[in-house]
Design a protein around this ligand. Structure first.
Ligand SMILES: [Fe+2]
Length: 390
């Protein structure tokens, strides 16, 4: 019986308080001399980019900064703006960027990957929608992470809003995997509670969806269960006290593990559906996941072996007698956590309109994350999950 798994992650992953200082020695062998930093004005204001600039100066690497990421949701227009900037610099200065450094959260990494794809493959970013559409490797990307949640710094996936179609466009291709990821706790101290809550619930969703996804393997299972344990042990603390560095550190590790899970096991309907809400309402990704996760789990439970559901509830600290008991306990556990960290548990609280459910369901059905959902659903099934989550 053929049953193979690819497991991909960046070649180098620098993790921990002060990890950024090791970027110097890791970059040295690449002999790169021109960089484009992709970031936003807030990250510059916080002083994070300055730290990266110092390292580049020490390595005699020249650089430009693109800071045109205008809101926390990667959008095709940001990638297009950056490419226009990119080409203008090439024409005027005859510069040829050797690599891209993204500094920020998932939005900035996703935009950087989009720029890196088109820089070497040409055409428009939309040409690469779907799985493995690139012909050449992207420009090398180094992802310096300042949040703990999306996991984008360790994935070969980029997700961006396509406003012309009102959907999230997903590109997945190993040829754009970042070569180095950095998760330094010093960049995460400044994360506000709302981002801590949203990104933390995103990690929780990556863990549970990845654990039951059809591409899950013993490697991703181990990562998923450990990430889940850390979220339930430390997210409340990180939310309540941003200076609790032990909790921040645990959430940072959970975020990295969650990213590795989603990249290698895949996700499911929670992400298929929350992507569409995010595209239409500009609501934060984690809040959408929080409202959908319990209802998707209820739907999927028919196709998930009992021992796997029991493993999830046990990891969340709840003993269950059977599958249905575990599903109920997991649902309540997630909803209680959401209440404690100020996230809505109903889509109506996010502002989702009943009249949009048909369009949302139609788009969710086509989302690439649906492929790895453990139970195949119809348009009506997806619509019913949306209704239950209202
Ligand atoms: Fe996510």
């Amino acid at each position: 019986m053929e049953n193979t798994h690819d497991f991909r992650l960046p070649v180098v992953n620098l993790i921990g308080m002060g990890a950024i200082k090791n970027l110097y020695t890791k970059l040295l062998p690449y002999k790169l001399s021109k960089a484009l930093i992709v970031t936003d004005k807030n990250i510059i204001r916080l002083g994070h980019v300055e730290i990266v600039e110092e390292i580049l100066k020490d390595l005699f690497i020249s650089y430009d900064i693109f800071d045109g990421i205008l809101h926390p949701d990667c959008t095709i227009s940001f990638v297009e703006d950056a490419l226009t900037y990119f080409k203008k610099r090439l024409n005027i200065l005859k510069k040829d960027y050797h690599f891209i450094i993204s500094v920020g959260g998932g939005t900035n990494h996703d935009c950087a990957k989009g720029i890196a794809i088109v820089a070497t493959n040409g055409g428009d970013i939309e040409d690469y929608e779907g799985y493995e559409k690139m012909t050449k490797p992207s420009l090398p990307v180094i992802s310096i992470n300042t949040t703990s949640g999306s996991g984008s710094e360790v994935t070969n996936i980029t997700i961006m809003r396509d406003d012309s179609r009102g959907v999230k466009m997903i590109i997945a291709d190993p040829k754009m995997m970042p070569i180095i990821s950095v998760n330094d706790l010093r960049f995460m101290e400044t994360m506000p509670p709302k981002i801590t809550a949203n990104s933390g619930i995103d990690v929780l969703t990556h863990s549970i969806e990845g654990f039951v996804a059809i591409e899950a393997s013993p490697i991703t299972d181990t990562l998923a269960i450990n990430a889940l344990k850390l979220v339930f042990g430390y997210l409340r603390r990180a939310y309540k006290n941003g200076n609790d560095m032990e909790a921040r550190e645990k959430m940072m590790f959970a975020g990295v593990m969650g990213g590795m899970v989603l990249n290698n096991a895949g996700l499911g309907y929670v992400h298929s559906m929350s992507h569409q809400i995010g595209a239409l309402y500009e609501e934060m990704h984690g809040a959408c996941n929080a409202a959908l996760l319990p209802h998707v789990l209820e739907f999927n439970s028919l196709s998930i072996p009992e021992e796997r559901i029991l493993k999830i509830s046990e990891t969340m600290g709840m003993k269950a007698t059977d599958k249905q008991d575990a599903v109920n306990k997991i649902k309540h556990g997630i909803q209680n956590l959401c209440k404690d960290i100020g996230l809505p548990i109903h889509l109506s609280s996010i502002g989702v309109d009943e009249n949009d459910l048909e369009l949302l369901s139609k788009n969710a059905e086509k989302d690439i994350c649906s492929i790895t959902n453990p139970r195949r659903g119809t348009f009506v099934d997806i619509m019913n999950i949306f209704k239950a989550a209202m």
